[in-house]
Ligand binder design. Sequence first.
Ligand code: 5GP
Length: 159
Amino acid sequence: MGESDKKNAVQRGNFDPHTVFSKILAEELPAEFLYKDNLVTAFMDIQPITRGHALVIPNIPAIGLSDLPPETGAQMFKIGQKIADAIKASDIPSEGINLFLADGVAAGQTVFHVHLHIFPRFEKDGFGWKLPDRYFTPPPREELREAKDAIVAAMSSKA
Ligand code: 5GP
């Protein structure tokens, strides 16, 4: 599937069933499964950022956040929280936990079946965020207000 096809698939609201995660769900590819219910499935990431790195995915092949029924998104977070608690209770090194979701290519999404990452963090684990220069100079309050207005307007038009 090419980039423009992916974009069109999102715009049309169609789902791409041909990702590696669909093959995992169909048990055509092996995975270390942690959890499964009628909405979501969790398994270990094949390339863990840290030991214990897990993924929670919807059982339907939703590409991104906009394709995800809200109750399924809520269940992804609920199970992510449960896995985070379990990691903390286990002997896996963990001084903190990151939950991360990349929605879209620009956000770093590489598998087009939406997924929530859960991974343990500890000092000197080698992971870090690269922040843009603008972060270190907070904008005028007006910029925050304009952004807030744009989001609130879009939220109320969808309500
Ligand atoms: P993204 O970059 O889209 O946020 O994350 C995709 C994640 O899927 C990566 O962390 C990557 O290691 C993981 N991944 C890709 N292919 C496979 C696979 O075949 N099996 C499993 N378990 N994880 C995978």
